[in-house]
Design a protein around this ligand. Structure first.
Ligand code: HEM
Ligand SMILES: *[C@@H]1O[C@H](CO)[C@@H](O)[C@H](O)[C@H]1NC(C)=O
Length: 505
């Protein structure tokens, strides 16, 4: 008995020793990592193991934007800054030289850790190997080439009718609210219209998110976006308070993929029986699949989900930030309204030629993306050593780029916090690798032109028809929820404008 007890005690002691050894080794490894990166400027670490994490956690609790802290750091420590968390170091590069090197070249893949995290959501396949998250260059390149025709200029011009039709439905909904008293969230309304647009244009689906509050689909997309935010909380899977959200996010994702499957099967049939000749995104997804030897329905569904996620909230956020900025700047509002009146007059439908004439509106939308980029940045992985701004960046490092931070740095934009669309006037100097709301280079946004056509149609109609006022008392803070969006949803009151004579109602 005693021998057995002694044995157990010895085993326990051994275990304890091993544990101590492991902790010791891990600490040595962390020290080694520090030594490798400590020549890169950065804020003092708050803790040997946690690095800068406690600062982030405190900010998250107060609903403050972490990017604003990094902006302060960039001013204090220079354009190349280190960020420590346990044994991992990421390097933030806020320099045109670095942006050009890393984003313009195909040799730096997207960061496997950051993008790998959204392959699944709570155990259900999410963005998988879709176009945004694909980290394999060859596979990505094939997918991208196949999608391109659905984003060509000629194809997009043919979409003007759908942009007009859906934007007009939004105007009808807003007319019901425009009594100068009703308060509503502009973000909610914009999310619905952009959801209807992407569903219709990409997949031929009539979702009617604008007219029907209860269709399950928009709610599912909302829940998935919420899940995407919450899944960044460490150990969220194990928190009792979060189980309902997780269940709903999973179910929503399954619904989205199920609808995607139905859509794909129907379209396949239509194509096989020669009934379908649209070039929409779904057709391209199917063509892409047909080129592969192995049929991969899961990959097609990844793209179905990807286009919903990438093509809807981003544009909705841009539109509501733009409304917010305009309502805060009456003189800019007046000028852009005057341009819309001049170009559209009494016309109801907007043509592609009109879009080209709405020059100041384009500048307003660009300036909105400078201060309020819905996608704040992107992340790459470098397998080789680089020197940027004289700072050596070791091989095998995660490098972070931020258009949000660079867009607000004195170094690149004069008086950066002032909303001034004249920065983007024809004669002004072009920003040099310091402004990239759609990213740059091979992995830049495939939907950029699509999104800006859509945004212009919606904004032009809105400016033509309404005067808007912001409800006082809201914060105008930004919320980082996967995309950057207005925390309080841009609460508005609307009044109809007196329309020009002969307006074709
Ligand atoms: C204002 C609206 C939009 C903004 C600000 C925006 C921004 C971006 C950014 C920054 C990226 C690069 C992401 C990264 O590096 O991880 C990206 C990629 C992408 N976006 Fe957009 N986007 C917008 C609208 C759209 C729309 C409307 C669509 C679809 C119709 C779309 C589809 C995509 C896709 C598929 C990619 C991945 C491209 C690739 O890697 O080949 N986006 N977008
Ligand atoms: C980077 O990682 C690769 C693969 O893990 C490895 O072969 C290479 O030696 C590493 N380079 C450095 C400098 O650590």
């Amino acid at each position: 008995m005693a021998a057995l007890g002694g044995l157990a005690a010895a085993a326990l002691l051994l275990l304890l020793l091993l544990l101590l050894l492991a902790v010791g080794l891990y600490c040595c490894y962390v020290r080694h990592v520090h030594a490798k990166y400590d020549h890169i400027p950065g804020a003092p670490r708050e803790s040997f193991l946690l690095g800068h994490l406690p600062i982030i956690w405190r900010m998250m609790e107060k609903q403050e934007l972490i990017h604003d802290l990094f902006l302060q750091w960039s001013e204090k420590y220079g354009p190349v800054i280190r960020f420590n968390a346990f044994h991992r170091v990421s390097v933030m590069i806020l320099s045109p030289e670095g942006v050009k090197e890393f984003l313009m070249s195909p040799q730096y893949p997207k960061d496997p850790l950051v993008y790998g995290r959204i392959f699944n959501m709570f155990g259900v396949r999410f963005l998988g190997n879709g176009l945004v998250t694909d980290r394999n260059y060859e596979h990505w390149h094939k997918q991208r080439k196949v999608m391109d025709p659905a984003f060509s200029r000629t194809y997009l011009i043919g979409l003007m009718e759908t942009f007009n039709e859906k934007a007009e439905e939004l105007m009808e909904k807003l007319e019901e609210k425009a009594d100068g008293k009703k308060e509503f969230s502009m973000l909610t309304m914009m999310s619905r219209v952009t959801l209807d647009v992407i569903a219709k244009i990409a997949f031929g689906l009539e979702l009617n998110a604008l007219s029907d509050d209860r269709t399950p689909f928009p709610h599912a997309v909302t829940m998935i976006m919420k899940g995407m935010t919450e899944m960044r909380i460490p150990f969220v899977k194990y928190m009792p308070g979060k189980q309902k959200m997780i269940k709903e996010a999973r179910e929503s994702l399954r619904l989205l993929r199920r609808v995607g499957k139905e859509c794909i099967d129907q379209r396949r049939e239509a194509i096989q029986s020669g009934k379908e000749d649209t070039l929409d995104i779904l057709t391209q997804i199917l063509k892409g699949d047909a080129l592969e030897e192995t049929r991969d329905d899961e990959n097609m569904l990844d793209n179905f989900v990807t286009f919903f996620v990438a093509g809807h909230e981003t544009t909705a956020n841009q539109l509501s930030f733009t409304v917010m900025a305009l309502a805060q700047h009456p003189e800019i509002m007046e000028r852009v309204q005057a341009e819309v009146d001049e170009v559209l007059g009494a016309k109801r439908d907007i043509s592609y030629e009109d879009l080209g004439k709405l020059k100041y509106l384009s500048q307003v939308l660009k300036e909105s993306l400078r201060l309020y980029p819905p996608v704040p940045g992107t992340v790459r992985w470098t397998e080789k050593e680089n020197v940027i701004e004289g700072v050596r960046i070791p091989a095998n490092t995660t490098v972070i780029f931020s258009t949000y931070i660079m867009g607000r740095m004195e170094r690149y934009f004069e008086d950066p916090l002032t909303f001034n669309p004249d920065r983007f006037s024809k004669d002004a100097p072009k920003p040099y690798y310091s402004y990239f709301p759609f990213s740059l280079g091979p992995r830049s946004c495939i939907g950029q032109v699509f999104a800006q056509m859509e945004a212009k149609v919606v904004m032009a109609k809105l400016l033509q028809r309404f005067e808007f006022q912001l409800v006082p008392g809201q914060s105008f803070k930004l919320l980082d929820s996967g995309t950057l969006r207005p925390l309080d949803g841009v609460m508005c009151k609307l009044k109809p404008r007196s329309l020009p004579k002969g307006f074709q109602a």
